[in-house]
Design a protein around this ligand. Structure first.
Ligand code: S3P
Length: 439
């Protein structure tokens, strides 16, 4: 489905973007491992999370939708999962796949994991490697450790001490979720702190987790295995990675002013917000509060003159999904923005580094890839007029639609259908604020 963003009036109003994708996956999977009924409010009902809903049902969970975003999941506890009858198809969702691998890994069952053409290209060995150490058998895998993959979980999972070679919350989460079923203590060491929603969620459900600092930017996380998890109520905050799209749109479309409600303000997800403020963005916090173990805020954002900045590589884990839309903001800034240390972008839903560069090129934005860095030479405007190839990547699609809202000519994307993986209703929400997004 092609779509285009074009210049119109300013963006105004209030909006709440859908629930956080990372927290939604975790609420379901931890609920599945808990005896009794957990209630989730604000669950993201995007395709990625719905794939996890189906996987939880196939693994023995009882799920009920009580209303929009309101779900109940009844689990039978750690160690009780059923062997799924069919393939667990995760569609486009890397998070669902890798976290569910960790869950299956701690149970003596076999399961086949598969996904769409984008997911089949993504590396899975980063997760299989520690899980094999914990006792998992890889029954079948495709070339290069790609999906489809069939796993046999461990009869008696082994608690390990594991230092992750990649800064990935998905790898960390897979190890911790498998560690739930292991006796004793499972420890994960990360050199760079990554999003900590799994740790927070497990603690919320009653698991014993200790976190200490490791080196300059890292953490050491230890989980006591076989905890008794108790059912909880979870309120999923609005996804800051989705809020990023209307937020950047409001910054670059002259005269705009928006309020974005209930946005997750976890510091390990806040890199984009810090960077935009350094660029001169007017982003004001109105009401900071706590919801279900996570901090949330309402944000007031106003159109701003942006200037280029140097974004350090150490910030990457806290804004890993936001580089496409930051590159768009950088195009509308004055001067050079250098985004450092983007190697992980090459293994996302698409090769995002290449996809961003191609999108900038198609719309007349001067830029350069230097090793793992992207340099965008901002001129305070973009020509637009190009069609961007999205490569089944929701965030590439949304970022360039946002670019079109402030470019001289419209910006088209070849296929916006994957937007529904993380942000169902994106075009409608943007239109309700005054954006011109349409065929
Ligand atoms: C996620 C972690 C990140 C991120 C993804 C969601 C998570 O991936 O890109 O969208 O929920 O744990 P990596 O852990 O592979 O960096």
């Amino acid at each position: 489905m092609p779509l285009a963003g074009r210049r119109g009036g300013s963006l105004r109003g209030r909006a709440r973007v859908p629930g956080d994708k990372s927290i939604s996956h975790r609420a379901l999977l931890v609920g599945l491992l808990t005896v009794g009924a957990s209630e989730i409010e604000g669950l993201l009902e995007g395709e990625d999370v719905l794939a996890t809903v189906r996987a939880c049902a196939a693994l023995g969970g009882a799920l009920e939708r009580r209303g929009p975003g309101a779900w109940t999941i009844r689990g039978a506890g750690i160690g009780t999962l059923l062997q799924p009858a069919g393939v667990l198809d995760f569609g486009n969702a890397g998070t669902g796949t890798r976290l569910a691998m960790g869950v299956v890994a701690g149970h003596p069952i076999e399961a086949t994991f598969d996904g769409d053409a984008s997911l089949r290209k993504r590396p899975m060995r980063r997760v299989l490697e520690p899980l094999v150490r914990m006792g998992v058998s890889v029954v079948e895998e495709s070339e290069g450790g790609r999906l489809p993959i069939r796993l046999r979980g461990a009869q008696d999972p082994i608690p390990i001490d594991y230092e992750s070679p990649v800064p990935s919350a998905q790898v960390k989460s897979a190890v911790l979720l498998c560690g739930l079923a292991a006796p004793g203590e499972t420890t994960l060491i990360e050199k760079e702190a990554t999003r900590d929603h799994t740790e927070r969620m497990l603690r919320h459900f009653g698991a014993e987790i200790s976190v200490t600092k490791q080196g300059a930017h890292g953490r050491r996380i230890s989980l006591r295995g076989r905890p008794e998890l108790t059912p909880q109520k979870i309120v999923v905050p609005a996804d800051p990675s989705s809020a990023a799209f209307p937020l950047v749109a409001a910054l670059i479309v002259p005269g705009s002013e928006l309020i974005l409600e209930g946005v997750l303000a976890n510091p390990l997800r806040a890199g984009l917000y810090a960077t935009l403020r350094e660029m001169g963005a007017s982003i004001e916090e109105i009401d900071r509060r706590d919801e279900g173990g996570e901090p949330v805020v309402d944000l007031r954002v106003r159109a701003s003159s942006l200037r280029g900045v140097d974004v350090p590589a150490a910030r990457a884990p806290s804004m890993i999904d936001e580089y496409p839309v930051l590159a768009v903001a950088a195009a509308f800034a004055e001067g050079e923005t250098r985004l450092r240390g983007l190697a992980e972008l090459r293994v996302k839903e698409s090769d995002r580094l290449a996809a961003i560069a191609a999108g900038l090129a198609a719309n007349g934005v001067e830029h350069e890839i230097a090793g793992d860095d992207l340099i965008v030479r901002g001129r305070g405007r973009a020509k637009g007029g190009g069609t961007v190839v999205t490569h089944m990547d929701h965030r590439i699609a949304m970022s360039f639609l946002v670019m079109g809202l402030a470019s001289d000519k419209p910006v088209a994307v070849d296929d916006a259908s994957f937007v529904a993986t993380s942000f169902p209703g994106f075009a409608e929400l943007m239109s309700s604020l005054g954006a011109e997004i349409g065929a």
